[in-house]
Design a protein around this ligand. Structure first.
Ligand code: SF4
Length: 225
């Protein structure tokens, strides 16, 4: 299948089968989403959603969080992965928001990645979810699912190369939504260890499935010779 055809079919399938696709992180404003996305690195959204309500309640503004210490914040987030580093990042992020950005979450990559704990992936999530920009955040699910379906070539070995390839082929107006399509599909269907291919609606447009099916079909023939 040609790449353009694959993209068209995959996008059409998601549009029909997953018309609503949004982040599963709970938040009420850009500052809270930034906290949640920093906490979600190497951690599940479910776990983050359990710990954020008291954090949001006790540190409702960047100013208040900036006046706290990593030791205090650690107690709120001790059940996430890498709590020591993340506590330092959250306080550092709040200090920088107050000092350099008038306590507002910036809307562009250049400024976002200056914030402690914010890399390219987090910056893309913020740009797309908060500011509605065409930005593709490539996490472990997007990386894996894009490769399996065949949306990106095997030579795309880094998240950034996957991001560029997806951005080149997905219509700008659908980029933000496509990010959620791929994440949710990876989280619930195309899982890392055991993809649920038998119930997946993308079978016939999925490179991994078609290659596996071809191998399975050819194997008995070889044995019968
Ligand atoms: S067919 Fe299997 S490998 Fe392909 S997208 Fe679906 S679950 Fe993933």
């Amino acid at each position: 299948m040609r790449k353009t055809e694959r993209y068209e079919k995959v996008i059409a399938w998601f549009q029909e089968n997953m018309p609503v696709a949004e982040t599963e992180l709970h938040y009420n404003n850009p500052y809270e989403l930034l906290i949640a996305v920093i906490l979600s690195a190497q951690c599940t959204d479910k776990r983050v959603n359990i710990i954020t309500p008291p954090l949001y309640k006790d540190f409702p503004t960047p100013e208040i969080l900036a006046e706290s210490t990593p030791e205090v914040v650690f107690e709120y987030i001790r059940s996430v992965s890498y709590p020591n580093n993340k506590a330092k990042h959250l306080v550092g992020m709040a200090k920088m928001l107050v000092k350099d950005f008038n306590s507002e979450v910036p809307d562009n990559m250049e400024d976002l990645i200056k914030l402690p704990g914010v890399g390219r992936k987090t910056a893309n999530v913020i740009q797309s979810v908060v500011f509605n920009k065409a930005a593709m955040a490539v996490d472990t699910h997007v990386f894996r699912v894009s490769h399996r379906i065949g949306l990106v070539s095997d030579s795309c070995k880094t998240p950034f190369s996957v991001e560029k390839e997806l951005m080149k082929n997905i219509p700008e107006s659908l980029v933000a939504k496509a990010h959620h399509w791929l994440i949710l599909h990876g989280r619930y269907v195309c899982q890392a260890r055991t993809p649920k291919c038998d119930t997946c609606g993308l079978q016939m447009m999925c490179k991994y499935f078609c290659n596996t099916y071809k191998v399975a079909k050819e194997a008995p023939k070889a044995k019968n010779k």
